[in-house]
Design a protein around this ligand. Structure first.
Ligand SMILES: C[S@@+](CC[C@H](N)C(=O)[O-])C[C@H]1O[C@@H](n2cnc3c(N)ncnc32)[C@H](O)[C@@H]1O
Length: 471
């Protein structure tokens, strides 16, 4: 397949998106916890500040929905209208395309005979809704893709093995998991055994057909991937070559990663390219802020870093700050819903920014130490929120701080904080698109067939793009 037009489109979009991110660095890099400390509101262009001062919070939800046509009546500042229009063109969709949904419905029939389809309830037992959704969609995506009969899957960063169990017992893949955390490996083995006991109770004939997942306690190292040793290890643990099969020399496999954090994702792409036996790779990524990047202080050479990967982005000297990569990991659909329904909960941003000013005044060394989360601002007073949020810090806050005039003034401005934060969040899908397109371009530059599909519902699982490549 001719990939030149796609590569040209990706390059064009990356360049444009990169320029926008550079122009709005002042907003994208502005941590909301510093809202008062660094007077973020004063950084807004005057026309933006004047417009935002008057609009109701709900109206902001429009800023977070590029896939929807403009229906709002408010006349936004020209620069914001322009940005929204550019984002509509540049941002990779976050919802499933109609073609993708149609294809899935057609292909849905093909997994009708699988054990997963017959015993779905057993597979879903004790798995949270988000994870269930991810595993089901990821497994169907593996099952329905053209893999030239490649039925061996290596799941790297497999956690507690939920995906592997579904792929092996539910869809008939031979699966090897690699996970660096020993306690997860132990839990995975235990859960495999529990599910297996339930499955054979229903259908004792499975004993003859199913291959149990293999769980290895290993760490994949970005700097030292030895593809030959890696394949040898896989053959050994999967008993390849020792079986009396005619295809013993034709060992092949696919690599998958469900939310491999930070540099693990680029490692998997490099491993896919380095191993001749690896036919495909499928990743849904997360935690972009943990990527090593050119401007990080980790001393990583530009060729080995986690971002950027493509020749094109290297030549462009494209960089993304930690703050930009961090905002790209936020759940914008869920936030949009809160703006529309339950926005008093969003006072939390103002509470945290006000606490930060107290911390900076009392103990500057504790700046950006991180506050405890998970406390609902709509259910507690500021004082209670503050006491609970700083519980892990070595800090005593006097009662007067909570009632002080300056704190009261800060909290009265909570809507400004929400508005500023929403503006910043508007850029999140653009930054994520740059990272995704850099990876896609990298794979295309290396001569593989590659694409990006939305495979999860963004409300349930916001990091929902699967990058798949074949060779
Ligand atoms: C976000 S979790 C995802 C777990 C699992 N795939 C899932 O979706 O439930 C990432 C996992 O990757 C593992 N991991 C991170 N870096 C790794 C490495 N270099 N080698 C092996 N495992 C790694 C972590 O221990 C963690 O369990």
């Amino acid at each position: 397949m001719e990939t030149a037009p796609l590569q040209a489109e990706l390059k064009h979009k990356i360049s444009q998106a990169g320029q926008i991110v550079a122009s709005y660095k002042w907003l994208i890099d502005a941590y909301i916890v510093d809202f008062y400390e660094e007077d973020h509101w004063s950084k807004l262009p005057a026309s933006w500040a004047a417009f935002l001062a008057d609009i109701p919070i709900r109206t902001l939800s429009h800023l977070l929905s590029f896939d929807l046509p403009d229906k709002e009546l408010a006349v936004w500042p020209l620069a914001i209208i322009t940005l929204r229009s550019l984002f509509r063109f540049l941002v990779h969709t976050r919802t499933k395309t109609p073609e993708c949904t149609k294809r899935e419905v057609a292909l849905g029939e093909t997994h009708g005979g699988t054990i997963y389809r017959q015993q779905t309830a057993l597979f879903k037992k004790s798995v949270k809704l988000k994870k269930r959704h991810e595993i089901e969609q990821f497994a169907i995506s593996c099952f329905t893709q053209p893999t030239d009969n490649c039925k061996t899957i290596i799941d790297i960063g497999s956690g507690q093995g939920n995906l592997a169990r579904t792929l092996a017992y539910g869809f008939g893949f031979k699966v090897c998991c690699i996970e660096q955390n020993m306690s997860f490996v132990q839990i995975a083995r235990q859960k495999d055994s529990e599910l297996w006991q339930r499955l054979i109770k229903y259908d004792p004939t499975l004993e003859d057909t199913v291959v149990h997942p293999v769980h290895l306690h290993e760490k994949v190292n970005l700097d030292q991937i030895d593809s030959v040793k890696f394949v040898q290890m896989l053959k050994r643990v999967l008993n390849f070559g020792r079986e009396l099969t005619s295809d013993a020399d034709e060992f092949s496999f696919g690599l998958v990663g469900l939310h491999p954090c930070g540099d693990l994702a680029p490692s998997l792409l490099r491993l896919f390219l380095a191993c001749q036996e690896c036919r495909f790779v499928k990743l849904v990524c997360c935690c972009y802020m943990k990527l090593s990047s050119i401007d990080s202080s980790l001393g990583i050479s530009t060729r080995e870093c986690g971002f950027p990967l493509s020749e094109f982005c290297h030549k462009l000297h494209l960089t993304l700050t930690y703050e930009a990569r961090e905002i790209a990991c936020h759940a914008i659909e869920q936030y949009r819903e809160k703006l529309l329904t339950n926005y008093s909960e969003l006072k939390v941003h103002a509470y945290r920014a006000a606490i930060e000013t107290i911390i900076v005044r009392l103990r500057p060394d504790l700046r950006h130490s991180g506050l405890k989360g998970g406390i609902k601002a709509s259910e507690v007073t500021f004082e209670e929120y503050c006491r609970r949020a700083v519980v892990d810090l070595d800090l005593a806050i006097a009662d007067e701080e909570f009632q002080s005039e300056i704190t009261r003034q800060f909290l009265d401005r909570w809507e400004q904080v929400v508005k500023f934060y929403t503006l910043r969040l508007m850029f999140a899908p653009l930054v994520e698109t740059i990272i995704l397109y850099d990876r896609l371009l990298f794979l295309l530059e290396k001569g593989t067939r590659a694409g990006i599909d939305v495979i999860f519902d963004p409300f349930l699982s916001p990091r929902n793009h699967a990058i798949t490549a074949f060779k």
